[in-house]
Write a protein that binds this ligand. Structure first.
Ligand code: FE2
Ligand code: FE2
Length: 350
């Protein structure tokens, strides 16, 4: 596949976002908006946002493996290049009590074992301090490191999009996909709660999940987006890759969530200049984001450093990261001195 066709394919997935047919079980008020409650604050710790370390190697794997629409379980991925995406989300309730959630579980089990040990996630899983995994979507870099989570608690509750393929559930039950290098030896024994795209799923007051059923590259469908409502501040979106598109998410909140017209910010991958390429539409997304007047934007992963730098230059409130990532054993080849990414080991509080 030619590079141009490949990049066009990625663009299609980002642009195909809709939120049609949404029904709310907890509709309130004249506008039938959903009330997700409120929390006092949310702290996000970036456990790992480096899903792979070298863009060129990752792109070559996809191209050689059959292109952007290929089933991710059939691609012979370069194992040395795989890392993973995962974050710790701490929700402070209005009464001051706190709940911890694991968001995503990375890709390479060895990398994730290191990351979880470094941040004490292994102990939090084993003790039950973290009892729920919020899986954003079934992409390899967010899901295939599942053994690293299950080995500490096979009974953990998992909340995931209902748009899985058979291989996804096989891996969860314990399976190996030799060509792709995906393996899980610890069958999941806990509750698997699959979220459809018709409802907003409440997790705790001030934190809810909405699934957007969009087509995504590598034969994946649907992404669960976390919406947080921070009292007195507004709505924060927390995403793995943000495949539906940031403006779609902010617009959805505005139309469908009580208090959703007040945007406070975002955390996570935004799926923009993924391979540090530039597309004129990225300028429009900067303008679109400005119209929502966010106060805090924590970006990383598939956002692309190029987009985050331009967004910061354009006045968007991009939260700067630190150099903590340099103390991890592997570093992304595209990390830059501008620190416009919240990267490995960084935290942000909303
Ligand atoms: Fe990703
Ligand atoms: Fe993704």
């Amino acid at each position: 596949m030619k590079r141009r066709t490949f990049l066009k394919c990625l663009g299609t997935s980002a642009a195909a976002a809709t939120a049609a047919g949404v029904v709310f079980p907890t509709a309130v008020g004249a506008q039938s908006k959903s009330d997700i409650g409120a929390c006092r604050s949310i702290k996000v710790t970036v456990l790992s946002e480096t899903s792979w370390f070298n863009n060129d190697v990752f792109k070559k794997d996809i191209t050689d493996g059959g292109g952007a629409s290929t089933n991710q379980y059939t691609v012979p991925w370069n194992r040395e290049n795989s890392g993973g995406y995962s974050a710790l989300i701490e929700v402070e309730a209005l009464d001051g009590s706190r709940r911890k959630f694991l968001m995503d579980t990375g890709w390479n089990n060895d990398w994730m074992d290191y990351v979880f040990q470094r941040h004490g996630i292994d102990k939090m899983l084993a003790s039950g301090e973290i009892d729920t995994l919020l899986l954003s979507h079934w992409h390899l870099d967010h899901y295939w490191g599942i053994e690293s989570t299950l080995k500490h608690n096979p009974k953990i509750k998992i909340i995931a999009p209902n748009t899985h393929y058979p291989e996804d559930l096989q891996l969860l039950k314990g399976a190996e996909f030799k060509v792709a290098g995906a393996k899980n030896t610890v069958p999941h024994q806990g509750e698997l709660l699959l979220v459809d795209d018709k409802t907003i799923h409440a997790v705790v007051p001030g934190l809810a999940i909405k699934q957007f059923d969009v087509p995504i590259l590598l034969r994946v469908r649907g992404e669960n987006v976390i919406y947080a409502n921070i009292q007195g501040k507004g709505i924060v979106t927390i995403t793995g890759c943000c495949h539906p598109g940031l403006l779609t998410l902010y617009n959805f909140a505005k139309r469908n969530i009580v208090g959703g017209d007040q945007t406070y910010g975002c955390y996570g991958g935004l799926h923009l200049s993924l391979f540090e390429n530039w597309d004129p539409k990225f300028d429009d997304i900067i303008k679109g984001a400005q119209s929502f007047k966010p106060e805090k934007m924590g970006c990383n992963h598939c956002t692309g450093w190029a987009w985050a730098e331009k967004a910061a230059q354009s006045g968007l409130p991009i939260v700067k990261g630190t150099d903590t990532y340099k103390s991890y054993p592997k570093i992304s080849s595209v990390a830059r001195g501008s620190n416009v990414f919240l990267t490995n080991g960084d935290t942000v509080i909303f």
